[in-house]
Design a binder for this molecule. Sequence first.
Ligand code: ADP
Ligand code: MG
Ligand code: MG
Length: 206
Amino acid sequence: MASKIYQCMQKIGEDIIANKEFLTDLDSAIGDADHGINMARGFTEVLQQLPQEEEDISVILKKTGMVLLSKVGGASGPLYGTAYMKAAGAVTGKKEITLEDGKNIMEAVIGGIKMRGKAERGEKTMLDALEPAMEALNKGVEAGESVEDCLTHMCEAAKEGVEYTKTIRATKGRASYLGERSIGHQDPGATSSLITMEAIRAFYLE
Ligand code: ADP
Ligand code: MG
Ligand code: MG
């Protein structure tokens, strides 16, 4: 039987693939109209290559990162590839994860993306969804919230972050070539990060 972590990655992959056109449309407004294509190609390959029975979460995350690094071009391939590799490093050998592990994963993901992309929050990138999400998660864990509430608050903060990207100018990636004209459009990468987090929430609340 497919392991729980495989099923979770399957949910993420299916939701990313289902949003291929939406993500590509967002990228057509401020980039080169390929974000959905890139992500869908990557996750189609991820779902083909992941060992379905593998229960070690770090093995699944690492493999996902390696496939994304090798199959997805552009900015998002190396960034998400690094993110999944770093996530793997935060939960080495684990078959179950706690909220504390979730916090560590988010911290590692964001650290990896910043290291690769040299961006900060407020530059209209995936970090504008991920950083507020991490803060909400941390706050929820500190307040002793349930897993359900932590994940819900994390996704709400990510959604607000995506909305916020509409109001700001891109200063990293292709969208930065548009300068002021990037304002008014939602960032594709922040949106795929939101879709990922919502998939995780939906999977765990199922
Ligand atoms: P490309 O721009 O090379 O075509 P994609 O369209 O797949 O790549 O991905 C674009 C997304 O990548 C952007 O919407 C943004 O969220 C993200 N991005 C671009 N550059 C950076 C960066 N330096 N740091 C973090 N995220 C970035
Ligand atoms: Mg693009
Ligand atoms: Mg491209």
